[in-house]
Design a protein around this ligand. Sequence first.
Ligand code: FES
Ligand code: FES
Length: 155
Amino acid sequence: MPESTALRVNGAQVTVTTEPRTSLARVLREQLRLTSVKLACERGECGACTVLIDGAPRMSCITPARLVRRDVVTAEGLGEEAHDLQAAFADHGAFQCGFCTSGQLVHAAAILREELPAGVELEPFVRQRLSGNICRCTGYNGLVDAVCAVAEERR
Ligand code: FES
Ligand code: FES
């Protein structure tokens, strides 16, 4: 049965309509028009639909909207936090077609909020953390270079 579901998205309280299996990604795209959230595999394998839920990167295509009780942030909601990342993506050739870019940006923003664990090198850490965000175009090096450059700048 359809029912009303309250969500907090990009700082705003919203009410959407969900069925039990309606994904958060479908709600964000189709009801809230947050089209930075891309749908590709729709089975949790590519990362195109990555959003932050309470600050943690999550694949919204496999997240039932009714079960979300915390703050959701999409690429549209990153605001100034994403400005240097976006510039670095452009500088380092981190995107081509751009389909994966929103998910990469959101995931990168989450990574950059974290402290680098002691004794861990930045580049392999970033590469490993972004490995769930699939890109068919870039070969990943520009993407990893961009995130590392911002991490170094912010230190
Ligand atoms: S569309 Fe969600 S992981 Fe691929
Ligand atoms: S830039 Fe085309 S899929 Fe990543």
